[in-house]
Design a protein around this ligand. Structure first.
Ligand code: ADP
Ligand code: ADP
Ligand code: MG
Length: 456
């Protein structure tokens, strides 16, 4: 049993993990940057260690400082949350070398799946359908031209080390190819320190459907249904729901995708919670896109519809316990929706809006859950992600969940900074959303603020 877990993260996910540890009787250590001295995670953990100045590279990405914090406090495990070091194989390896359990997969699995081009190859070899594209990375422009013409334009250039929707470029014809490859390489290098790129056929208006899995140390893998993350802006998720609307998802497709996801995890010797992201086309064909080897931002909607606490499961798996849940025990019940609440100004092209929260009202009530780390008087620092919380609702069916989300968003008040609360409210009131009739391209086609349809 872990005695003490250090949480190598900040914000709402750090708070979420501290709470799970508390329920399991595990002591917690927060780490914080000088900008997060008054952050909630710093205040509510049993102990807190300052690991450096505000910029992430000097604090939340500073492996030496984090390992030192483990040693000083005697923490026996590290939970990396999402973002930051959560998918960094050398961090996982360093923890293990220092005798600290990394609450996640083995470093080799992170390495293998973190290289998205290589991961696709492995999946293909094991019978998991993948999006047509380059066999591994691509660098030669002549080979790229030939392949793009074979696939047929448009194609996407993607970063092998990519994440967070960055390093993705669309190419519409031969004349743009070289320019976009160069741009993608530069962006990949700047964002991920690795300029390797690969090519994929661009699938027109698919849906982003991802499968949550849990895998233990002993080869047992189960799937916990899907999350529909098709509501995206610039390849970044805005709102998620579980299950996917019944007009799209069938029990047969869910089972097929669930089994493919379990295969994907098994062939990598995966352990931990994990997510296999698929694109699904209009005909219900699904294709492996990538696997995220960590807890996901949108994990609460799966928790709501399955009743399974995913963070506690991560802790139990990392402690070496066998999965206590069997596939037949997993029942999807009711409907959950999550809206990401960001400190940003939708009117100014979603520009981040850091600053002090002067006034705050967080809705509650039957079926409403808010995962956040902000409070009245809190100053949102400008250094980190603009997501300040997640509003999650659970209803007996989709209609009830939408009704709850509508009143919960209407009651949500944040003053002092701009947020996307009104944007989310307009979004969930759209007929297309209410009808469950949307795909990954929806927010590109529709201007939610204008409430008008534009063409294309
Ligand atoms: P999810 O499916 O969990 O939403 P995202 O890709 O949106 O996954 O990433 C989760 C979090 O991690 C977000 O806060 C995002 O900004 C951050 N993130 C993802 N990839 C990276 C990366 N390579 N570098 C820095 N932050 C990242
Ligand atoms: P990241 O690692 O940044 O999360 P993903 O590979 O998961 O990148 O892709 C992010 C999003 O980009 C997807 O959810 C989808 O909307 C879009 N996308 C990625 N690949 C394709 C593709 N081949 N065709 C169409 N859209 C795609
Ligand atoms: Mg992704």
């Amino acid at each position: 049993m872990f005695k003490k877990v250090l949480i190598a993260n900040r914000g709402e996910i750090a708070v979420r993990i501290i709470r799970a540890c508390r329920e399991l009787g595990i002591q917690t250590v927060a780490v914080y940057s000088t900008a997060d001295k008054n952050a909630l995670h710093t205040m509510i953990a049993d102990e807190a260690v300052c690991i450096g100045p505000a910029p992430s590279k000097d604090s939340y990405l500073n492996m030496k400082a984090i390992i030192a914090a483990c040693e000083i406090t005697g923490a026996d495990a590290v939970h990396p949350g999402f973002g930051f070091l959560s998918e960094n194989p050398s961090f996982a390896r360093t923890c293990e070398k220092c005798g600290i359990t990394f609450i996640g997969p083995r470093a080799v699995s992170i390495e293998m799946l973190g290289d998205k081009a290589q991961a696709k190859e492995t999946m293909k070899e094991n019978g998991v359908p993948v999006i047509m594209g380059s066999d591994g990375a691509i660098s030669n422009i002549h080979a790229a031209h030939t392949l793009a013409n074979e696939l047929g334009y448009p194609v996407l250039i993607k970063a092998s080390a990519g994440g967070g929707g960055r390093g993705i470029r669309i190419v519409n014809d031969d004349s743009e190819l070289e320019k976009q490859m160069t741009a993608a390489k530069q962006e990949a290098l700047a964002c991920f320190g690795n300029d390797e790129i690969y090519m994929e056929k661009f699938i027109v208006d698919p849906k982003h459907i991802e499968i949550q899995i849990l895998a233990d140390n002993y080869g047992d893998v189960i799937y916990l249904g899907e999350r529909d993350c098709s509501m995206q802006r610039r390849n970044q998720k805005v709102l998620e729901e579980a299950p996917s609307p019944a007009s799209f998802m069938t029990p047969e497709l869910r089972e097929k995708m669930g089994k493919a996801a379990c295969t994907a995890a098994r062939v990598c010797g995966y352990r931990n919670a994990g997510t296999i992201e698929f694109l699904v086309d209009k005909d219900g064909n699904f294709y492996f896109m990538e696997m995220n080897t960590r807890i996901q931002v949108e994990h609460p909607i799966t928790e709501q519809v399955t009743g399974i606490d995913l963070v506690k499961q991560q802790l139990l798996i990392a402690q070496g316990e066998h999965l206590s849940i069997k596939q037949e025990d997993v029942q999807i019940k009711g409907h959950a929706i999550e809206c990401r609440i960001n400190a940003e100004n939708p009117e100014l092209n979603f520009r981040p809006s850091p600053g002090t929260i002067r006034s705050l009202f967080i809705p509650g009530g039957f079926g409403v859950r808010v995962d956040t780390a902000v409070y009245q008087g809190y100053e949102i620092p400008p250094y980190y992600d603009s997501m300040i919380g997640k509003l999650i609702v659970y209803g007996k069916d989709r209609q009830e969940a939408i009704a709850k989300m509508t009143w919960a968003l209407s009651e949500f008040i944040v003053e002092g900074v701009s947020t996307n609360v009104d944007f989310q409210l307009k979004l969930i009131r759209r007929k297309e959303f209410i009808d469950g009739n949307y795909d990954n391209g929806f927010l590109n086609r529709v201007d939610i603020l204008k409430q008008e349809r534009s063409n294309g």
